[in-house]
Design a protein around this ligand. Structure first.
Ligand SMILES: NC(=O)c1ccc[n+]([C@@H]2O[C@H](COP(=O)([O-])OP(=O)(O)OC[C@H]3O[C@@H](n4cnc5c(N)ncnc54)[C@H](OP(=O)(O)O)[C@@H]3O)[C@@H](O)[C@H]2O)c1
Length: 382
């Protein structure tokens, strides 16, 4: 009996208690899946998450350096490119800063420093989301950049609303809360973050079918757009069949679809990109280095990409970004490293030849690309 208690009852009780604490910790958050990402991604990168240890733990430990107090804004990047958006014709900068999915995307100090570095280096496009739970840090940096002479009117701020908030009056309530967290009067672009929930499961809309929820969110966000709180509306991770019903509503045009896009995107993803580009819907490539969940290292080891980069006197990261630009696709690499920001913004200022583009297109058939983990390439037809 004593052995049974030691080897079964006690461990089981401990496991249950631990599970209950974890479920409580995540489910009590306003965005449970957001808190899960903000906890798991730093842990996977070898850091203690700010969700557990607080932001101050990071202040002297983040690898993102402090921004010198006397650093003033640099000129905008040479060769900067824009694409016009349907409806408003707003100029959408083709390179932006991604704000999730790395260890340094979830604590106040890393995020506010990264955004301030980026804006002072001449970058103007920020890719945020409600899910990332780092809006206050972004807002703090935007205000700090404004104090140093980077006006709000030059910025292009994108954010995303997840399916958890698609039904009823939630889109309006949560959008206003997000603006308050960011300290902004309006967002340049708001995207429906996923058609149904992450992987079709996590953070789903509770009231109605996925299609009804998307339509409700589009109606509510279009009304906010008419009030001036949002300039442009778009979607993310949507299939053609999920975009068409929104177009048919005849409200705000679908101006952007943000999808994972790189040379090894599956054929069905390429079909979505082709459809969007034919209709004038701008495609934004998330995870242009296959970075989400730390897979970018595999991309940087592909020999054909290294050869193009070497011949060009550029890095693999730069030729990948340039490849996206020349495909007419906006790219939002995530980084908290100021040197990588310089490197990425310099992708505006050179050109790949047709032959070099063809080599990069050919990565599709590189045996190494088959080993890349295709997180985000799950097809959702809801
Ligand atoms: N809509 C969606 O569902 C969705 C999903 C995922 C991501 N996103 C968006 O897309 C953005 C980009 O995706 P991601 O951040 O996951 O992946 P990514 O941009 O492909 O890769 C990010 C990784 O690349 C590294 N990196 C950046 N520039 C580099 C350079 N020049 N040289 C070497 N390494 C470099 C970064 O590390 P360092 O910090 O060390 O530079 C980071 O670990 C996100 O931040 C987010 O805004 C959207």
């Amino acid at each position: 009996m004593k052995l049974l208690r030691i080897f079964c009852l006690y461990p089981c009780a401990l496991a249950f208690a631990l599970a209950a604490i974890l479920i409580g910790f995540f489910s009590q958050a306003h965005i449970p899946e957001g808190r899960a990402f903000a906890t798991i991604i730093p842990l996977a990168g070898g850091y203690l998450p700010a969700t557990i240890v607080g932001d101050s733990w990071w202040e002297d430990r983040t690898p993102t350096p402090r921004v010198p107090a006397n650093l003033m804004p640099a000129a905008r990047p040479s060769g900067e490119k824009f694409v016009p958006l349907l409806g408003t014709q707003d100029n959408f900068p083709m390179l932006g800063l991604g704000l999730c999915c790395r260890a340094t995307a979830y604590d106040f100090h890393s995020v506010s420093r990264s955004v301030l570095w980026y804006l002072l280096k001449g970058g103007r496009h920020l890719d945020a989301a409600y899910l990332y739970m780092n809006n206050e840090a972004i807002g703090h940096a935007i205000a700090a950049a404004a104090d140093r002479g980077v006006p709000r009117s030059e910025l292009f701020v994108t954010s995303k609303l997840g399916p958890r908030f698609f039904s009823g009056l939630s889109p309006e309530v949560e959008l206003k809360l997000m603006l308050q967290q960011l300290g902004l009067d309006y967002l340049d672009l708001v995207l429906l973050h996923h058609p149904e929930g992450i992987g079709g499961m996590i953070g789903k809309c509770a009231n109605g079918t996925a299609a009804e929820c998307r339509a409700n969110a589009w109606v509510k966000l279009s009304a906010l757009r008419a009030q001036g709180l949002i300039r442009n509306l778009g979607v993310s991770n949507f299939q053609i069949s999920q975009i068409q019903p929104l177009e048919a509503l005849g409200l705000a045009p679908v101006s952007v679809n943000q999808v994972q896009y790189n040379p090894w995107a599956p054929d069905w993803q390429q079909d979505v990109v082709d459809y969007c580009q034919k209709k004038g819907i701008v495609v934004t490539a998330w995870s242009p280095f296959q970075g989400t969940m730390m897979q970018h290292a595999s991309l940087f080891t592909v020999q054909s990409l290294q050869e193009v980069a070497r011949a060009k006197g550029k890095t693999v990261a730069q030729v990948m970004l340039r490849w996206a630009l020349q495909k007419g696709v906006v790219a939002i690499p995530g980084t908290s490293n100021p040197a990588h920001m310089d490197e990425n913004l310099a992708a505006y200022s050179f050109e790949l030849t047709a032959g070099e583009m063809a080599v990069i297109d050919g990565v599709r058939s590189d045996p190494k690309a088959k080993g890349f983990v295709a997180i985000g390439f799950e097809k959702n037809d809801s």
